[in-house]
Every structure is written in structure tokens, then in C-alpha cells.
Design a protein. Structure first.
Length: 436
């Protein structure tokens, strides 16, 4: 081999450029001389400088990154690339830098995996506590949160990874299996309870026409007590049984009342359907009227339930009592209008209930007048415009007029209260002595 040029890290021989061996790696041909020996050496020195820049950039990226461990594979690929790279320079120094970076990253990864192991062990412990819970609304949210935390948490040591995943999957399956079994059992309980309700209705239906009044009355009272002890079921499923049971009770005790009043058995009359319907309507009406003025969320919700009950129970137009129907409708409208008025007032005056009574009625009256004005304006536009498009899809002209009537009645009552608050009592007038 005829060496024509010597370099600190390589040489030129027989028109070829060689990198000198280092560490345990032999001399390696990296190129050929195309022009002069000097230019060829300069070219491979520049290539080495470019490699140094790549390593510098990787080092900077690692130190800036939050997830430094993700750069390990990139570093390993760059190390392999460096070993095969064609350039002239201090390769042992570059490899030493890469080795130090690798140690640094592996140390971080080990720390992170230990931290991930601690986090995942805590997740498993938290999840194990939830497996047997039955507060599904809160527990479902907690389990979902733990699942997301598990996904976001990085890997653990490979030797532990499979076992950890299996443990997590087992707990998740156990939770959902428990939930499935709970609701299956719950469904069976509901089915059993509904069947007990049905049997009570059937028994009551058989006994309602009995002339053995005292024994039957005692049986009905026992059935009423039994009804209370059966247990909870969904309201909608219970409703049909309850309505039938209540109707049968009314029918029997209407006859029983006549028996207790001394009416001969052969002259006792069954409950008239019209009277039965009136009793139901009166009960719903009185309950709705008792909610006027309460202005609570519960009273508004109950009024909504009463509307549903009226729709379900007062479903035969022949038995409708118009007077009770109007009273019921007004009571419900009044509850909703009062509630809406107070929402508007409280938005502007959060301290409304701390104000004097007189100021309260002034404020309510002022807001109510404005609401009436807007409603009447909308009614006027709706009546005089063929292409009127209301803001709310639920807008109904007749309903809107009825609401305005309710507001006007409220306004009259507020005005009367204001006059009382403005007018001093007779005793006050009698004892009042003007200041001189």
C-alpha cells in the first residue's frame, strides 16, 4: 500500500481515502481522491463537522424536551449511523459523547419507569376499592378517570408490564361484572315487587264488591300497609298499579261509608264514575293551589308532576269538571309565572329578600309590568302579522293570552299589597302627632 498523504485521523493510499482505526474498529475506506489529496481531506473533514452538528442538535433537543426518554431510539440510530459515517475526525470523542447521553437517558427512563410503577400501583389500589361500590353515578366517573390516568401514564419495566396490564384489565372487568350483576339483581327485585303490587291490585279488585264490609275494610287496610312495605320501583312502572289500587279503594270505601251510615246493604250504591273523577280532580287542584307563593325549585317541580298526573288521571272528557280544571290550570300557571318573575328579579337584585317589604313589592310590580308589556306586544304582533315567527318554537297565542291574564291578576294583588304598605294603620293615624 503506497501512502501518499498522512492525516491525524486518516490517510490517502493508492488514490483512496482511509479513516484510521479506533477503539476495536479497523482502518476503513471512506472514499476516493477525485481532484487533489488536500481537497479530498478537506471534504471529509467537512463531513465530520456536519456529523458533529447533528450530534450537537440532538443533545440540545434532549435537554429542552420534557419527555427526554423518547429520544433514546433516535440516539441509538445516530450511534449506528456514526459508526458507518464517512468523514475524518475524532470519532472516539463523538462516540463517548453519545455513550454519556445514552447513560443519561437510560437513567431518566429508569426513574420514570419507577415513577410510572408507583402511579400505576396507586391506580390499581384505587380501582380495587371501587370494584364493590354501588354508587354508580359517582363511581363510573371515578373509574373512567382512573382509566384515562392509566392510559396517560408511561410504561414500566418490561418484566412487569404484562402483569400490570393483566391486573388492571382484571379489575376493570370485575367492576363492570359487579355492575352488571347488581342491575340484574335490581331488575329481578323490581320485577318481584311489581308482581306483588299487581297481586294486591287483583286481590283488591276481587274484594271491592264484598258485602262483608268490616272484614273487607280490615283486609283493605292490611293491603294498604302491605303496599307501603313492598319497596321502591320506578315511578312510571308503579303508576298504573297505583292508579288502579287507589280507584278500587275509593270504590270500596265509598260503599263502606254508606254501610257505616246505616244504609241497608241492598240499597248501597257503587261509586259513581263522575264523582270519582271529581274527587281526583279536586285533590290535584287543592295540591296545586297549596304551592302558590312558595317560589321554590321543589314547588315548581311538583307543579310539573301535577300536570303530568292530571293528564294521566283526568283523561275522560265526560267526567271533566270545568271549574276544577280552570282552577288547576290557573294554579299551575301562577306557580310558573311567579317562579319566572322571581328569577328575573333575583338576577338584578340578589339581595332582594333582605330589602324591606315595601321595596320588595315595588320591585316585583315594576318587573311584572314590564313582562306584561312585552307579552302584550308579542300577542299584538302575532295577531296582526301573517308571517310572524316567535322567538320560541313552543309559542302558542292562546297560552300566551292566558299567561297575561294570570300576570294581570298577580299585578292587581301586588298593587293591593302596596296600598296596604303605603297606608298607615288607624292606630298609627290616631296616635300620630306631627312634629312642630
Amino acid at each position: 500500500m503506497n501512502i501518499t498523504y498522512n492525516h491525524s485521523y486518516g490517510y490517502i493510499a493508492d488514490g483512496k481515502v482511509f479513516l484510521k482505526g479506533y477503539l476495536n474498529y479497523p482502518d476503513r475506506e471512506i472514499g476516493v481522491v477525485k481532484e487533489t489529496d488536500e481537497k479530498s481531506i478537506e471534504y471529509f473533514e467537512k463531513r465530520y463537522a456536519e456529523l458533529c452538528e447533528k450530534i450537537n442538535k440532538l443533545e440540545q433537543d434532549i435537554h429542552r424536551a420534557e419527555n427526554k426518554g423518547s429520544y433514546l431510539m433516535k440516539l441509538l440510530h445516530l450511534r449506528e449511523y456514526t459508526l458507518k459515517f464517512k468523514g475524518l475526525g475524532d470519532f472516539p470523542a463523538l462516540l463517548s459523547r453519545l455513550d454519556e447521553l445514552e447513560k443519561f437517558l437510560r437513567s431518566l427512563i429508569e426513574q420514570n419507569r419507577q415513577r410510572n410503577l408507583d402511579i400505576k400501583n396507586q391506580i390499581l389500589a384505587d380501582l380495587a376499592l371501587l370494584v364493590d361500590e354501588t354508587d354508580w353515578k359517582n363511581t363510573d366517573a371515578k373509574v373512567e378517570e382512573l382509566k384515562q390516568r392509566w392510559i396517560r401514564t408511561g410504561a414500566v419495566e418490561e418484566s412487569q408490564q404484562a402483569e400490570m396490564e393483566e391486573h388492571f384489565t382484571r379489575l376493570i372487568k370485575a367492576y363492570y361484572q359487579h355492575k352488571k350483576e347488581y342491575f340484574k339483581k335490581r331488575a329481578e327485585e323490581i320485577k318481584s315487587r311489581l308482581n306483588q303490587y299487581r297481586l294486591l291490585v287483583d286481590k283488591a279488585s276481587i274484594l271491592k264488591l264484598s258485602d262483608d264490609f268490616e272484614a273487607t275494610a280490615l283486609a283493605f287496610k292490611e293491603m294498604q300497609q302491605k303496599w307501603k312495605t313492598i319497596g321502591k320501583v320506578p315511578q312510571k312502572k308503579l303508576e298504573k298499579y297505583w292508579e288502579r289500587f287507589k280507584k278500587i279503594n275509593n270504590e270500596f270505601f265509598y260503599r263502606y261509608k254508606q254501610f257505616k251510615e246505616g244504609v241497608p246493604i241492598e240499597q248501597i250504591k257503587p261509586l259513581d264514575p263522575l264523582e270519582q273523577a271529581r274527587i281526583v280532580q279536586e285533590k290535584l287542584c287543592k295540591r296545586a293551589e297549596s304551592l302558590i307563593g312558595l317560589n321554590t325549585e321543589d314547588s315548581v317541580n311538583e307543579a310539573k308532576q301535577l300536570l303530568v298526573a292530571w293528564k294521566n288521571q283526568v283523561n275522560n272528557p265526560r267526567y271533566l269538571d270545568k271549574n276544577l280544571a280552570n282552577r288547576f290550570r290557573y294554579a299551575c300557571d301562577r306557580i310558573f309565572e311567579e317562579s319566572y318573575l322571581m328569577k328575573v328579579v333575583m338576577r338584578k337584585y340578589p339581595d332582594f329578600y333582605q330589602k324591606p317589604k315595601l321595596d320588595q313589592f315595588r320591585i316585583k310590580t315594576s318587573f311584572l309590568r314590564e313582562l306584561i308589556r312585552k307579552d302584550e306586544q308579542e300577542i299584538h304582533i302575532a295577531e296582526n302579522s301573517q308571517n310572524y315567527k316567535p322567538e320560541h318554537k313552543s309559542f302558542n297565542l292562546a297560552t300566551q293570552k292566558r299567561k297575561v291574564q294570570v300576570k294581570n291578576i298577580m299585578l292587581e294583588e301586588f298593587d293591593k299589597e302596596l296600598k296596604k304598605l303605603y297606608t298607615p294603620s288607624k292606630n298609627f293615624q290616631k296616635n300620630y302627632v306631627p312634629k312642630k
